[in-house]
Design a protein around this ligand. Structure first.
Ligand code: ZN
Length: 198
């Protein structure tokens, strides 16, 4: 588990943490856990998410266990800069949906002394690195990869497998068309699909 007291930074320096993984891996829960602890420490916390993610609520980051914390939806990564004056910790949820400008924004925030905690999907449903997440992993001081459980075999799952035929990258409001799969089960499913299409 990530513990803040293992961080040996100078008091004035900021840093970047990334929490990544597949769907149903507990990314948002982990983000909320860290932000709550920052609030307990009387730090000023602000949370952002992309406007595109309106699955449950306009004002709240909501994880699947309904453990929520209030947040602001923004149009672009640049708006995070404008809205994070006067805070100590910035949380960013569903970061994969932001443009690549998010990388520079996170650097700017951390350089100015803020703690930045980013949560997002590392891979899309095709198994390809998702949006700005790969670059964020490269520049972050701390990376936590969380896993779901494969619904077919019970191993650790790293894939968000889409059970519908829709090829669009973002299907809004449709968490029920995804299932977590491990590498082996995901590959088995791909080859079965290829055979079907032949
Ligand atoms: Zn499996």
């Amino acid at each position: 588990m990530f513990l803040e007291d293992t961080i040996k930074h100078s008091k004035k320096g900021g840093w970047i943490e990334v929490i990544c993984g597949s769907m149903f891996s507990g990314k948002t829960e982990e983000l909320i856990r860290r932000l709550r602890r920052a609030e307990f420490a009387r730090l000023r916390v602000e949370i952002f998410k992309p406007k595109i993610d309106v699955r449950y609520s306009e004002e709240h980051v909501v994880s699947h266990d309904e453990n929520s914390i209030s947040s602001t939806a923004v149009d672009s990564a640049q708006n995070i800069l404008l809205l994070s004056g006067d805070v100590d910790v910035v949380g960013i949820d569903e970061a994969q949906f932001f443009d690549n400008g998010l990388v520079e924004v996170c650097n700017t925030l951390a350089n100015s002394g803020l703690r930045v905690i980013v949560a997002g999907l590392d891979m899309d449903f095709r198994g390809k690195p998702f949006g700005p997440i790969p670059s964020l992993l490269a520049i972050a001081e701390y990376v936590t990869k969380v896993h779901a459980i494969c619904v077919r075999c019970g191993s650790l799952a790293n894939h968000s497998h889409r059970t519908s035929e829709d090829e669009k990258l973002v299907v809004l409001g449709e968490t029920n068309i995804y299932e977590p799969l491990c590498r082996k089960c995901y590959q088995d499913d791909l080859s079965a699909e290829k055979k079907r299409k032949r």
